[in-house]
Design a protein around this ligand. Structure first.
Ligand SMILES: [Zn+2]
Length: 151
């Protein structure tokens, strides 16, 4: 399966803010950096660790649901604030954790709760102690049920 095609389908289904954007998918990452969403002016891309690309489709959907939420949420940050926002995001782990958990909730709100759950179940083995910056599988399930998106 072509990951760029999967991403385009997900954008059409669930990410109205990204419908007029072309989001590229590139293989990249190392160690526990498994994925990243980047926007440089009109160049949008998602980096995915090659090992992630080999995971089941459900997990891949969970992965991209989270990364696409980053891209769509970042559209709301004004350019004037982007530089300091980005620095703070990557240097203040409290801010990072808050942002990553909000991004997980965004993916659940868009209906990808079960896919994110599959992804969250394997996070500890994939990214070790960094999993603490994200929702646990149990938290994903609980939030999805609470907002009636667990179907
Ligand atoms: Zn993230």
């Amino acid at each position: 399966m072509n990951p760029e095609q999967l991403v385009q389908e997900m954008i059409q289904d669930s990410y109205p803010g990204l419908r007029d954007k072309k989001v590229h998918v590139y293989k990249g990452g190392f160690g526990t950096l498994r994925g990243m969403a980047v926007r440089i002016f009109n160049w949008y891309f998602i980096l995915i660790h090659p090992e992630e690309l080999r995971s089941p489709k459900e997990n891949l959907i969970g992965f991209f649901a989270h990364e696409l939420c980053h891209l769509e949420m970042n559209l709301k940050i004004p350019w004037s604030k982007k530089f300091f926002y980005t620095i703070r995001y990557w240097t203040n782990m409290k801010v990072f954790a808050k942002g990553e958990k909000a991004t997980d909730r965004c993916a659940i709100e868009k209906g990808y709760g079960k896919a994110l759950y599959a992804q969250a179940l394997t996070r500890p083995e994939r990214i070790g102690k960094n999993a603490k910056y994200y929702l646990t599988a149990a938290e994903v399930k609980a939030y999805a049920k609470r907002i009636k998106k667990w179907n």
